[in-house]
Design a protein around this ligand. Structure first.
Ligand code: BG6
Length: 493
């Protein structure tokens, strides 16, 4: 990897400690980067250097298994902390010196891990200080605004200083190994791609379940909710990868052009479908693994919030390939287990040939994204023995852990390296963000206008089941998911 300078705004934040510094550690360990690269950890607050570096080290030790002391020492040597307050137009001497020593022809990455409201100000400040070089690029952390208008404003502000080919909008789901494998699964296997359409597929389900609540992010989360926090970005990106046409090349714009077409084909919600095709929920107090859990309102210490912590949606991609195939999206906090999964339910065989006419279950491809990464293909098999045709569903399973021993790099490792490499394939282009907000707003606006209430669900349960069950279509299509969940609960037990 070429040498680079990385400047992290929000360098004293949770994301930097939890994801960015550990990602750099692992890339250094793997010798993908070398210790000539420099990292500037920027914060508004002034920290005494030894104390700050002590915190970086402590966090690295926390997030890394089996620390390699030499590599850790090298990484700490690459990091400098400095204070910059763009709002006040102020920076300390360390920052002055660091930029004075910077080489103009080196790749320079500005990583903005701050609230999006600060992005414009930071870019303007960097421009004024003449820190933006021909080799500069900017990384934007989500959330980029909380609706179409605010996200367009942020994008406009950043666009004054960076052209689109230098802007890297992070959606960390795209950096996950198993998410990248979706491309290989679809486009390096003829059998799947041949049947990847409305003629063969009955429905597609994308679930991202989280067992944690909102933790210490309550103040932030309450302004957003599950739809903005998870669906607008992560779930829609997964849907795009599943539904898009094969791109002509694996090139950033070719891939993003195809994803954009999917987003544009999503069916908007109206005053009827907002009631029949969406569910929003909020957790009340309950139990997870026998432990008492507070309600969302207790978690955020605000008792009149109507922010949703669970969303289930039924949607359609209105195009030639997917006409009539429902896509079910679900995500929620404080569910019994953390797991993300995509299930492709193929259609039933057209005719049951067998004399006893026992149920023939449809083929089902399950892609477990995390944890226990796995691909399962359910098929019907004959039970050996005499006495006619007895059959039952059985799965071909590929468990990643059984076949790939290497550690899976964290999404941030891949994404950071792609920024340095200048590869934008796994980053969201501005028009994608816009299209996803346009669709999400048909939900937000209708929720508000039609006064769609939150259905309460107990922490530690699988979400607002009653509502889902009282709506027959939702229920029928969700049934197998519940079965899978029951099976998992059994396994967990
Ligand atoms: C983030 C959301 O983008 O993704 C969080 O803001 C969520 O609320 C997280 O918990 C989930 O990511 P992962 O990688 O743990 O599935």
């Amino acid at each position: 990897m070429d040498d680079f300078d990385l400047i992290v705004f929000g360098g004293d934040g949770d994301l930097a400690f939890r994801k960015i510094y550990p990602a750099l550690y692992y890339r250094l360990l793997e010798k993908q980067i070398n210790n000539r690269s420099r990292i500037l950890a920027v914060s508004r607050r002034e920290y005494e250097s030894t104390a700050f570096m002590g915190r970086v080290e402590e966090n690295l030790r926390n997030y890394i298994d089996e620390v390699n002391e030499k590599v850790l020492g090298e990484l700490l040597g690459m990091i400098t902390n400095a204070s910059i307050d763009p709002g006040k137009g102020k920076q300390d001497e360390t920052a002055d010196k660091w930029f004075d020593q910077a080489e103009a022809d080196r790749i320079r990455v500005f990583y903005l891990a701050t609230p999006a409201t600060a992005f414009g100000g930071i870019c303007a400040y960097l421009d004024e200080k003449t820190y933006l070089t021909d080799h500069s690029r900017v990384v934007l952390e989500k959330p980029l605004g909380r609706d179409l208008k605010s996200s367009e404003e942020v994008n406009d502000q950043v666009a004054e200083y960076f052209s689109e080919d230098r802007i890297y909008r992070i959606d960390h789901y795209l950096g996950k190994e198993t998410v990248q494998n979706l491309m290989v699964l679809r486009f390096a296997n003829n059998i799947f791609e041949r049947s990847w359409n409305a003629q063969e597929i009955d429905n597609i389900q994308i679930t991202v379940a989280e067992s944690l609540g909102v933790g210490s992010r309550g103040g932030f989360y309450d302004q957003y909710g599950a739809l903005r926090d998870m669906v607008q970005n992560h779930l829609l990106q997964l849907l795009c990868l599943i539904a898009m046409e094969p791109p002509v090349l694996l090139d950033a714009d070719e891939v993003r052009d195809e994803k954009l077409k999917v987003l544009k084909a999503l069916r908007p919600y109206d005053k009827e479908t907002i009631h029949t095709h969406t569910v929003r929920g909020q957790y009340t107090k309950g139990k997870t693994k026998g432990e008492e859990m507070p309600s969302y309102l207790e978690d955020i210490e605000k008792y009149d919030s109507s922010t949703e912590t669970f969303v289930a949606l039924k949607t359609y991609v209105d195009n030639w390939r997917w006409g009539g195939v429902p896509f079910y999206l679900r995500t929620g906090k404080r569910l019994p287990h953390r797991y993300s999964e995509i299930v492709i339910n193929f259609k039933q065989v057209p005719h049951n040939l067998f004399p006893e006419k026992k149920d023939i279950q449809n083929n089902r491809l399950t892609i477990r994204l995390q944890p226990e990464e796995r691909i399962e293909l359910q098929q019907m098999v004959k039970i050996p023995g005499p006495g006619g045709y007895r059959y039952k569903p059985f799965s071909l399973e590929l468990d990643y852990a059984d076949h790939f021993e290497d550690r899976f790099p964290d999404a941030y490792e891949r994404l950071l390296m792609d920024v340095v490499r200048g590869n934008q394939t796994l980053f969201m282009r501005r028009d994608e963000v816009k299209a996803s907000w346009e669709w999400v707003e048909t939900i937000l606006n209708n929720w508000e206008k039609q006064k769609v209430p939150n259905v309460l669900y107990e922490a530690g349960s699988w979400g607002p089941g009653d509502r889902i069950m009282s709506e027959p279509d939702f229920w029928v299509k969700s049934r197998h998911i519940l079965k899978v969940q029951k099976k998992m609960e059994g396994n967990a037990g």
